[in-house]
Design a protein around this ligand. Structure first.
Ligand SMILES: [Zn+2]
Length: 409
């Protein structure tokens, strides 16, 4: 979606100073704790994680066990169905056991159709539990994608995770991260299910764009409608307390300066290598000079030094693609603000229609930059990401707008 290395660089160089400014604040917080403890040190790279953890305890503490009591797997699935109903006009009806073949007895299947027209969209498979031989992690996939080229094909999509199965009748409780991941992967499934493309190859997408839709869907987990109705205590049924929600929201900004800086340093190096002639290059000297020029903070090392960083030399698909994560994050933050500012908030019908029509159904049939512009009425703005990560916002410059496609059109 970024199209040119210059554009990707421009995005990263705009976010970079804001991330560095946030690192200064983080280091000051850590230094204050070290001083109060009489440690007699100046924060160095090897102190960062140790003191960051102390800052987290002092300022952002969240008891993950307490949060878990309000995150039941079944309720989260109902919450996802609710969101899909409000935004995508989808309704999910469980198919009778045995009527659709599945590869394991844990797998459950729902028929997905349009709420208003009743049109069949496809089937959604959920395989939630860990078992011997199953791949680890969480993912979404399709067994069949939408197309009309060779006759209309309905979607067979699935979500998979590795939760520990509870005793019969017992709620399966999950962590906040796992709940976010559940919503994320469901975002991929909604992307498959809403496809309206004619040709099967158009269900694909470009790397710096395809994570955006699923990242965006994570935001609905923290909407009041989901919090009040679905994040309820597994024993008492009480909704999650406001102060706990406030702590969850605050914790999202923790250590973002560090995370952004150690990531961006690598993404910037990745792009710099892409834009140069590497013949005869002294990698160590080049890396040091580039980091000095960037004013890389003394307290933070790169997440990946150049000689072991797969993005630089691994393969054509991966090369110079590390920037894609933050590109997708800018889109996510900017699109989330569109909903925050809409009259109906995250459930605004007009915004929901724009979202589904421009960002989901078209898959890769429309240029992503054009699709986003139609959704938002303008190009994405980088400040949204900085606000999202709790960075001090630099004075607005012309360059702060992500020009998503070729100039002059
Ligand atoms: Zn994903």
């Amino acid at each position: 979606m970024a199209k040119t290395p210059e554009r990707a660089l421009e995005l990263m160089e705009t976010v970079w100073p804001a991330a560095l400014a946030r690192v200064k604040e983080e280091v000051a917080d850590m230094q204050a704790i070290a001083d109060a403890e009489g440690a007699g040190i100046t924060i160095e790279p090897w102190d960062y994680r140790y003191y960051a953890e102390k800052v987290r305890k002092a300022k952002y503490d969240l008891d993950s066990d307490e949060v878990k009591q309000y995150l039941q797997l079944d309720k989260l699935r109902e919450a996802m169905f609710f969101v899909a109903g409000e935004l995508f006009d989808f309704t999910f009806n469980p198919v009778p056991e045995g009527s659709v073949p599945v590869f394991h007895e844990d797998v459950r299947v729902w028929e997905v159709s349009k709420k208003t027209s009743g049109d069949l969209v496809g089937l959604w498979y959920l395989d939630p539990y860990a078992r011997t031989g199953k791949r680890s992690g969480a993912w979404a996939t399709t067994y069949r994608g939408h197309e009309t080229f060779d006759g209309k094909k309905t979607v067979l999509g699935s979500n998979n995770s590795n939760f520990i199965k509870g005793a019969p009748g017992e709620a399966v409780l999950v962590s906040w991260d796992d709940a976010s991941t559940l919503f994320h992967e469901f975002g991929h499934a909604l992307h498959y299910l809403s496809s309206s493309v004619a040709y099967p190859t158009l269900n694909g997408g470009v790397r710096d764009y395809t994570e955006f839709q699923s990242q965006l869907l994570e935001r609905w987990l923290l909407t009041d409608e989901v919090i009040d109705r679905f994040l309820v205590h597994h024993e008492t049924g009480d909704p999650i307390p406001d102060e706990l929600v406030a702590k969850i929201k605050k914790a999202k900004a923790f250590n973002q300066g560090f995370a952004t800086t150690e990531y961006l340093a690598c993404a910037l190096m990745d792009m710099k290598y892409h834009m140069m002639d590497p013949a005869g290059l002294d990698v160590d000297a080049f890396e040091r000079a580039a980091l000095t020029e960037l004013r890389m903070p003394d307290e933070i090392p790169m997440r990946h030094r150049s000689p072991q960083f797969g993005h630089i030399f691994n393969n054509e698909n991966y090369a110079a693609g590390y920037y894609g994560y933050i590109w997708a994050d800018v889109l996510t933050a900017d699109a989330a603000e569109a909903f925050q500012q809409a009259p109906g908030g995250f459930y605004d019908k007009d915004m929901a229609n724009k979202l589904v029509e421009n960002l989901f159904t078209v898959r890769n049939a429309v240029d992503p930059a054009e699709a986003y512009r139609t959704f938002r009425g303008r190009d994405p703005e980088m400040e949204a990401l900085m606000r999202d990560r709790g960075f001090p916002i630099p004075r607005r410059q012309e360059s702060a707008v992500v020009q998503g496609s070729d100039a002059g059109e």
